[in-house]
Design a protein around this ligand. Structure first.
Ligand code: FSX
Ligand code: SF4
Ligand code: F3S
Length: 394
């Protein structure tokens, strides 16, 4: 797609105008809108649009939002995750859907040139740009652990964040400290909201986060100036309203008591549940199981046989030991026993039997078969080695 790119214009165009200038087809844009609808359902402003055409009609009129992207203490995994999107490809994304004015990893300039680019972008779009922050901010020893152009990370954030219309803290580091804040937290790493609690900030945690979540948030903000509804940790509910365990493809194995005991054992090879390996899925709100990374099926931790470490949860990842089994307090545990089917059979007159014969016959047969199955299940589960017998508490 790089050959379809055109240079920046002086003014921000709408997405439609930009796509036309770039020669990107309407069909490609519709595919993009479809993937956004599936992967990152927008907030209220756009979710009531039922078709890709309707979403495209709304998005096409959106003026490409200017973005300034700062890095602090991070591994650049958030940027890498965004780089792997294929609809839109990253080149299309930065030059046609959003207007990326400053990004230290991607820009060619450095030193004084980079600083000038930052100052110019801030001046030109003061009060209008969205600041994306990647990485945590070191506060220990007066911020001496990270300086850029003679300013501490705290000073840079206060300056650039203070003039932003809104801030997106991308990744767990920017949301609340992430890896750098893990014990013993030598730099005093904190998230953006810890330093600017009253600013308009939305957190998109994950290590790395899902890039479509960010795209959905940015485009809704550009469309109507609002962020999607958030939870108490400032996370957009559309992406963080359910826990992994609720929609995990291995859930049937959890319910059946089939647990991996050791990496590489028969259960692991069969795709059994990773709960006993320390999977934090029951305590982790995220959409990974339905929005895989790099748009490749099964590319997410549990999909490749690794337990979820709870990377989207402030109190879990890098805080709770990797192999520690979580308590099941956020979900309803599956039943540990089934109600016995011991229906007392009464007598039915021949006439009544004749009137409802066929329907009742079908139901009775179904009920009998079901009761046989439940009885068998009960027998199985009280057998030695069954799930109840193991006392997992699950
Ligand atoms: Fe890395 Fe980003 Fe983790 Fe942090 O993502 S993927 S350490 S959340 O800031 O670069
Ligand atoms: Fe999936 Fe983990 Fe829950 Fe098992 S414990 S069903 S692997 S989320
Ligand atoms: Fe993170 Fe768990 Fe998803 S580790 S990427 S929240 S499966």
């Amino acid at each position: 797609m790089l050959d379809t790119l055109i240079p920046f214009s002086k003014e921000l165009e709408t997405i439609d105008q930009r796509l036309q200038l770039s020669g990107i087809s309407r069909r490609s844009f519709l595919v993009f809108c479809t993937s956004l609808m599936v992967a990152a359902p927008f907030g209220l402003a756009l979710t009531d649009k039922a078709s890709p055409e309707a979403v495209a009609a709304v998005l096409g009129k959106v003026v490409r939002p200017p973005i300034i992207w700062l890095h602090f203490q991070d591994c650049t995994g958030c940027t890498e995750s965004l780089l792997q999107t294929s609809y839109p490809g990253f080149a299309d994304l930065i030059l046609n859907v959003i207007s990326l004015e400053y990004h230290e990893t991607l820009m060619a300039g450095s030193g004084l040139q980079a600083r000038q680019a930052l100052d110019e972008a801030i001046q030109k779009y003061a009060g209008k740009y969205i600041l994306v922050v990647e990485g945590s901010i070191p506060t220990g020893a007066h911020g001496v652990y990270m300086k850029s152009g003679g300013r501490t990370a705290m000073e840079v954030l206060a300056d650039v964040g203070g003039k932003a219309a809104a801030i997106i803290a991308i990744g767990s580091c920017a949301s609340w400290g992430g890896i750098p804040s893990a014990d013993p937290d030598p730099t005093g790493a904190v998230g953006v909201a810890d330093l600017m609690p009253d600013h308009s900030i939305i957190n998109i945690p994950g290590c790395p986060p899902n890039p479509y979540t960010m795209l959905g948030v940015v485009l809704q903000y550009a469309a109507d100036g609002t962020f999607p509804e958030t939870d108490e940790q400032r996370r957009p509910k559309f992406a963080f309203d359910r826990d992994i365990h609720e929609h995990c493809p291995r859930r049937a194995h959890f319910d059946a008591g089939n647990f991996v005991k050791v990496y590489g054992d028969a259960g692991h090879r069969e795709g059994w549940c990773l709960y006993e390996m320390g999977c934090k899925g029951p305590d982790t709100h995220a959409g990974c199981s339905t929005r895989h990374f790099n748009e490749i099926p099964d590319v997410w931790p549990i999909g490749i046989g690794a337990p979820c470490i709870g990377c989207t949860e402030k109190a879990v990842a890098f805080k709770v030991p990797m192999f520690q089994v979580v308590q099941l307090h956020t979900i309803a545990a599956p039943p540990t026993s089934f109600a016995p089917i011991t229906t007392t059979r009464g007598t039915i007159s021949p006439l009544a039997t004749g009137l409802v014969g066929l329907g009742v016959g079908v139901l009775a047969t179904g009920g009998y078969v079901a009761s046989r199955q439940f009885s068998k299940k009960q027998d199985d589960e009280s057998a030695p080695g069954s799930r109840q017998d193991k006392g997992t508490g699950a």
